[in-house]
Design a protein around this ligand. Structure first.
Ligand code: ADP
Length: 344
């Protein structure tokens, strides 16, 4: 401020430094507590969220070891993990149902294929040991051909069932006139019905077109009509009606005055290889109605049966006209089971 004189002005920073140090102390301590708490809460939340995953992983391990009855634990929180566990359980139930079905079916197939093969073998053995003339061998060959035809028929029917069960993609879609189809079937079975003195009356005027697989639908109609004729005694009557219903549905009713189906059998007749005791004397494989049901389901429809023993039976088939409707309904299994006597 003058020659050789310097003035220095200053202010002590110690109060501010004190404040900064106090701030650092408090901030450090608070942050330590907050980070500790956050870590604790995070660990707790992660544990809580993953507890269900652990349960599901354990379930998967036990299923791999062969225990198909075990299910993933579901808590009452109803969060995403619970929904996942619920869906896994649902999937496991469905898989168990399918596995049981496949096991039962392969048991039935093995059992039903065994009988004709045993008969063919028995006949060949007897012929080999006892036959003396050429005619004995000819009889054996004729019986073998007959049994083989039966076997082939069963195998072919099973293949068609699995094609129908494969769903919408496996079918050849086109416009099919159900009324015309029933009239054609009526003409085809006319001679057999006449031989048994059975009157077949068909109420199916005009055209009742639906979107479907013509060959499959023909097989279904033929099976129902064939059953009606086979299980109706001489002099009986069969009424078939094809009708248009509201909501784009066509119904076909096959009514007969036949031997009827016992109430306890009614719920099982659609099962593969199931045959009622009273009809065992008749020819048949027990696959006709399973095939009819598989075809109807593949078309998004339903089939039901009602019956009174000794009085007759009625089979009602409902089919949607439009294939688009099927895809919507396919996601809703409740649209299929709609009456007594229907399985699956
Ligand atoms: P099947 O080759 O034995 O006829 P289906 O699957 O067509 O096999 O039928 C299963 C069983 O349902 C038959 O064995 C028969 O006992 C019974 N059934 C089917 N249709 C009729 C009917 N119209 N009247 C009486 N019983 C029937």
């Amino acid at each position: 401020i003058g020659p050789g004189i310097i003035m220095q002005l200053g202010q002590s920073l110690s109060p501010q430094m004190e404040l900064i140090r106090a701030f650092q102390r408090i901030f450090g301590a608070t942050m330590a507590v907050v980070i500790g708490l956050a870590a604790l809460i995070g660990w707790f939340l992660a544990r809580r969220a993953l507890s269900g995953v652990g349960g599901s992983a354990q379930t998967a391990r036990r299923i791999t070891q062969g225990d198909l009855a075990v299910r993933a634990p579901v808590s009452r929180r109803d969060d995403e993990i619970d929904q996942l566990a619920g869906n896994i359980n649902h999937m496991l139930d469905r898989m168990l149902e399918l596995i049981t079905g496949i096991r039962e079916m392969s048991d039935n197939i093995a059992h039903d294929l065994k009988s004709p093969v045993t008969r063919i073998r028995g006949l060949a053995e007897v012929t080999l040991t006892t036959a003396e003339h050429r005619e004995d061998y000819e009889t054996m060959a004729a019986s073998t051909i007959e049994e083989c035809d039966r076997l082939l028929d069963m195998i072919n029917t099973m293949l068609v069932i699995s094609r129908a069960e494969a769903g919408v993609q496996a079918l050849q879609w086109q416009n099919v006139d159900l009324a015309g189809l029933v009239r054609d079937a009526g003409r085809l079975f006319e001679t057999i019905a006449r031989d048994k003195d059975i009157e077949v009356s068909i109420t199916a005027s005009g055209s009742q077109a639906i979107n479907g697989d013509a060959r499959m639908l023909q097989r279904m109609v033929a099976n129902l009509l064939d059953n009606a004729i086979r299980y109706t005694p001489r002099g009986g009557r069969i009424d078939i009606a094809v009708q248009s219903m509201p909501a784009g549905v066509v119904t076909m009713v096959f009514e007969d005055t036949g031997i009827g189906i016992h109430e306890k059998d009614l719920a099982r007749i659609f099962e593969r290889f199931y045959r009622c005791d009273r009809s065992r004397s008749q020819s048949g494989t027990g696959l006709g109605l399973s095939l009819a049901q598989a075809i109807v389901h593949a078309h998004g429809g339903s089939i039901t049966a009602s019956s009174q023993t000794g009085q007759g039976s009625a089979f009602t088939v409902r089919l949607p006209r439009n294939r688009d409707k099927i895809e919507e309904d396919a996601t809703d299994p409740t649209t299929r089971a709609d009456g007594r006597g229907e399985t699956g």
